[in-house]
Structure formats: C-alpha cells, structure tokens
Design a protein around this ligand. Sequence first.
Ligand SMILES: NC(=O)c1ccc[n+]([C@@H]2O[C@H](COP(=O)([O-])OP(=O)(O)OC[C@H]3O[C@@H](n4cnc5c(N)ncnc54)[C@H](O)[C@@H]3O)[C@@H](O)[C@H]2O)c1
Length: 431
Amino acid sequence: MKLSIIGAGYVGLVTGASLAELGHDVIIMDIDRARIEKLDKGIIPIYEPGLDRLINKNSESISFTTKMDEVIREADIHFICVWTPPLKDGSADLSAVRAVARDLGKAFAKRKIKTPIIVTKSTVPVGTGKAIRQIVRKEYKNDFSVVSNPEFLREGQAVADMMHPDRIIVGSNDEESAKTVASLYQDLRAPIIITDIATAEMIKYAANAFLATKISFINEVANVCDLVGADVESVAEGIGMDKRIGKSFLKAGMGYGGSCFPKDVRALQQFANHNGYDFKLLKSVIEVNEQQRQMVVEKLINNLVTLKNKNIFILGLAFKAHTDDVRESGAIDLIIRIQKQGAKIRAHDPLALLNARRDLDDEIKFVAQPYQGAQGADAIVIATEWPEFRDLDWSVIKKQMRNPLIIDGRNLLDPRQMRSHGFIYEGVGRR
Ligand SMILES: NC(=O)c1ccc[n+]([C@@H]2O[C@H](COP(=O)([O-])OP(=O)(O)OC[C@H]3O[C@@H](n4cnc5c(N)ncnc54)[C@H](O)[C@@H]3O)[C@@H](O)[C@H]2O)c1
C-alpha cells in the first residue's frame, strides 16, 4: 500500500522504515526542512539502533518531502506522527496535530481522493480523533476515515519493538478502515486488538501511566528499604517472579524521564480532571518521581555537608541508556538542582552530550572521557544506566577523585565491588 508518515521524529522514522520493510511504499514528510535535507542525503538525524540499516535497505520504497501536496499525491493512508508536547497545565499541546489535520483537509480538497484514511500514531488525549474529523470536515466534504493506532515503541530499541510488538491497537468508529490499517501489520504476526477510537486513545495513556506507577511504587519501596536496611534489588526480584506482578519496570532509582512518561502521566491526570475525575493515584506517581531526584541531592548533601564549590561529576545525561534523547531527562533536572546548591558540574554521556549542551548553561563542563571528569571530583553521580559505566576502571577513577563518593542514582554498580575499591557508595534502597 502507499502510505505517508507525517513527522520524521523517533516515531515517524521508525514507523516509516518498518512499514517499508513490510513491503509498503512510504513517503515521509516533515516541516523541518533541514531534517528532510539530511534524510535525503542519507543522514539519519536521530540515534536509534538499526534504523539507518533499515532505511538504507528499503531506500527504493522510502522518499522524503516537506510538501503536503506531494504526500497526498503519493499516498492513500496518512500516519500522523508529530510531537504532542506538554503545555504548562500538563495537557497535551495538539497544535501540530491540528495543523496537520487542517493541511490534510485542504490537500484532500484540491485532489478529490477516494476515501483517504488518517491514522494518529502520536499520543493524543481521548477525543482527539473526533476533533481531527471535525477539522478535516471543514476543509473536505467527501468521505474520509480517522483511525487511532497508538505507538508503544521504546527509544533505544524502537526498531525491534516496531518489528516485534507485544500487540497492535487499532481504533476506529469505521470498521472497514480499522481492518485496512490492521492489515498493514499482518506480516508481523502480533495480536491485533480492534476497538473504537476513544478506547484506543485511552489504551496508550493507561499503558504509560501504569508503567510509570510501577516505577514510582518500587521507588517508594526503595526509600523504605533505605530506612529499614532491606535491599530493594532483591525485593524487586522477589516480587517480580510473581507472574501477576512481572519483572519489568521494577528498577528503583532517580525516577522516570523521557519524552513520554512524564508528559503522558500528566496529560491523563489533566484530561481525567477536565472530565470531572480526580485521578489521585497519578498525583502521587508524579510527586514520588520528583522526590527521587531531590533524594539524590540530599544524599550528596548528607555526605558532603554542603555542595557549594564542590566538584560533582555526573555520569549519564540521556533519559535512559542506548539513546541520545535528553527530553525530561532525570540527569538534566538533577544537574539544575545541584547547580542551585552552588556545585561545579562536569558531565559525560556516550551519546547525548550534544543534545544536553543545548539544554544546559555554559557553566557545565562536558567531557568526552569519563576519566577526565573524575579528576578532582568530590562525588560522582550515576544518572543514566549506561552498561559501559560498569566496565570503567574504577580503581583509576578512585585515584583521580578528591573524595571517593559515589551516589548511584540508577543502582547500576555493584556496591560490594565499589566499597572494595575504597569508595563510599550509596545506591537507592540498597544495603
Ligand atoms: N519517542 C517515543 O518513544 C514515543 C513512543 C510512543 C509514542 N510517542 C508519541 O509519538 C509522537 C511523536 O513523538 P516523537 O518522539 O517521534 O517526536 P519527535 O519530536 O522526535 O518528532 C516529531 C516530528 O514532528 C515534526 N513536526 C512537528 N509539527 C509538524 C507539522 N505540522 N507537520 C509535519 N511535521 C511536523 C517535527 O519537526 C519532528 O521532526 C508524540 O505524540 C509522542 O508522545 C513517542
């Protein structure tokens, strides 16, 4: 089938490449001219393992454009993959989604196409499908359908997630269009759930809010572990083996971040509230997540008495390992909090240095090598769970530091090993 992808970000590029791999012709559109120019030259503007290979392999069936008219000429099904960032009150900013709906409506009207299908992959609150229908209807009087097909990929393993999904959700009030969209994925052999459009939109928020709740839950358990001398890693293992609970998302630490969990939890809370429901549990999930970052600051102060003029080396800037994405990264939030206490910051990340530089001020010294950052440090904070940090020569690092303190905000390192090197080691809820 001929498909268009509108929005060439993490979701758009991975969706486009994967649908091309499944045998469809794909045109990828973005308003960011520089991004499309790069893609035309074969440069992938984001880091996502396997994405460049998949795009190169399917280059015959993938094209790029900045023009909506070209999109309409080339495709019958249009996937909206644009951003939906949070507004100040926590609700999702749908201005890009609305702009795309308007542009699609206008472009449809120019060409009189046979029943185009608009698919939302962007995470959008319940009711957005209906709103898209109204916006397009203003411009275009013939038949068209709106389908919700929320995306569950995880950055850092997005291609694998897209090609091997746990399930595919397709929601529409038009059964035929839902079946057409579902058929695009038939070769993936994943379970497909067809629902109405509001339910599909809700599934995405409920999934992310549940996962964030699991993280805040284990973080609260970790904080109690710290007080009573229990070990949260073993507690997580012990409860995770219960199939009703499951092992995933039980890693205690500095809390969740990234472009999805924080915004989606806030948006669900906000649209529940807007519809007259006070989602109390989510308020606590958010509060606990913020508290976890402050907990790291307090662990530093407890050990160093004051952070004024102390050299703190932050290992990790990405919101999680295996990505260059720093949006709502716990590490960035932590740096800002520590800076406010008067500390001098050095920071290192294997992939996210460039992106982090844009979000932080010039006072911070970014180092290309972890050993550089350790020189004269009063403390090291592990802020992202990059596995390669485990393999650093910690005895060399210890010699370079002024004070051998490690606050492991991701419970990445082995406490016994660190203590045997002579470090004062504190994790989150670990004995
Ligand atoms: N990143 C994830 O892990 C992930 C996972 C699942 C769902 N989502 C959801 O998918 C959506 C996209 O997320 P992302 O991380 O890919 O965002 P992104 O910021 O990486 O990319 C968004 C792209 O949309 C483009 N864009 C903005 N307005 C546009 C317009 N009017 N016309 C054409 N292009 C436009 C931007 O230039 C940008 O390239 C969001 O709603 C997000 O919540 C993201």
